[in-house]
Design a protein around this ligand. Sequence first.
Ligand SMILES: [Zn+2]
Length: 406
Amino acid sequence: MQIISPNYIYTPDLLLKNQAIAYDKTIEKIAPLDELKKLYPDAEIIELQENSLIMPGLINSHVHIEFSANKTTLSYGDFMNWLYSVIENRQELIGGCDSACMSKAIESMLESGITTFGAISSHGMDLEACASSPQNVLFFNELIGSQATMADALFDDFISRLDASKSIKREGFYPAVAIHSPYSVHPILIKKALEIVKDEDLKLTAHFMESEHERAWLDNSSGEFKDFFEKLLKQKANVSDSSEFLAHFNTHKTLLTHAVKANEDELNSIATNAHTIIHCPISNRLLGNGALDLQELEAKNINWVCATDGLSSNYKLDLFEEMKVALFMHHNMPLQDLAKKLIMSVTKNAAKALGLNTGEIKEGKAADMLVLDLEKEPNEELAIHLILHRYNISKIYINGKVVKGK
Ligand SMILES: [Zn+2]
C-alpha cells in the first residue's frame, strides 16, 4: 500500500482539499493523511509539493497509431480530397511508420496525460507498440470491405488480427472490434463480426456520418462518393443506408465516431440505444466536416466524449489541446459548463463508455492518476484553467505504478 498526499484532488465531480489517497493497483481509500497513516501504518508515504493537484489519467477513445507518420503528406480542407490523398500515399504512410514511430506517438500521448487509449488498428501493425506501451489499451481491430466477393478473404484477415490481439496477455490490454463505416463495410461482414462481438462481449466502435459526402452516398447513392466507388471499386450504389447500418448495433452499446452529419432520426436511435458519440473537433475542422452540434446531443442525453483521432487528421495527440479547440469551436455553449463537461468526457464518461474501471479518483477505481503542478490554489473555475494553461504534469500513475516522474 502507498499513500500519496496532494493539496487538491479533482475527482472530477468534486474538488477535494487536504485529502490523501491510499492505493495499490486501485484506489483503496481517500481521507485526511493522519487518518490514512493510522489505517495503513506500513504504507510508503509520498508528500507532494505545494499546489499539487491529482486528477484522473485522461482517456483518448479514438486514435489511429498506424498513421502516425503523417505531418505534411495528407491534403486538408475537404474530406474527399483528404481520402484520395490517403489512398495515394497509403504505402508511404504505413511503410513510413515503423515501431519506433508508433511508440513515439504513444509516448507523446503519455506525456500529455493520456493513460488509456482506444487504438483503431487497420492492419495490426501497431499491435506490438500498443502491447508494450505502459497505458491501458483498447485495441480495436478494424473491419473494412464493401465488396461481397471479397468478404471471405477480408473476414479471414480480420479474424487473424483479432486472434493476434487476443494472444496479448497483459493487464490493461483489451482486444476489441471496429467496423470502419457504413459506406465501407458490407452488411454480411458486419453481421459476422457482430456475432463474435456479442458472444465475447467485446467493445465495439465505428465511424459514422463524418462528412456531407457520406450523407449523400448513404441517403441516395449520390455525391462525390459516387465517382469514388465507381472508379475504385466498380460499385454503383451504397451497401446499406444509415438506418440499416445503425440497426446492427441495437443490442450492443457502441462508440460512434464523428456523427457530425447525423440527422434527428439517427440521433434518436443513438440515444435510445445508449451509444456514445466520439467527438474529434480538430479532425472535423481539418477535413472540412464542420462542427458537431454538442447542444443537440446534450438535449437528447447522448453521452459524448472528446478524442484526438490520428495524426492523419491532427497535428498532435494531446487531449488538453483537443479540449481547448472544442471550447472555441462550440462558442454558443456556456464556457465554464463546457470546460467541465469536456474534462468529464475524457475521464469519467469515457471510462463508462469503454466499460473500464477508471476515469475517477474514487475508492475502488484503478489508480490511474496525474499529478499536476498548479501555480496557486484552484478556484471554482478550475476546469477552464486546466484546459487553457496545460499545467506541468510531474507524475503519472497507471494501475498504481509510476510511469512518469519519480
Ligand atoms: Zn478515425
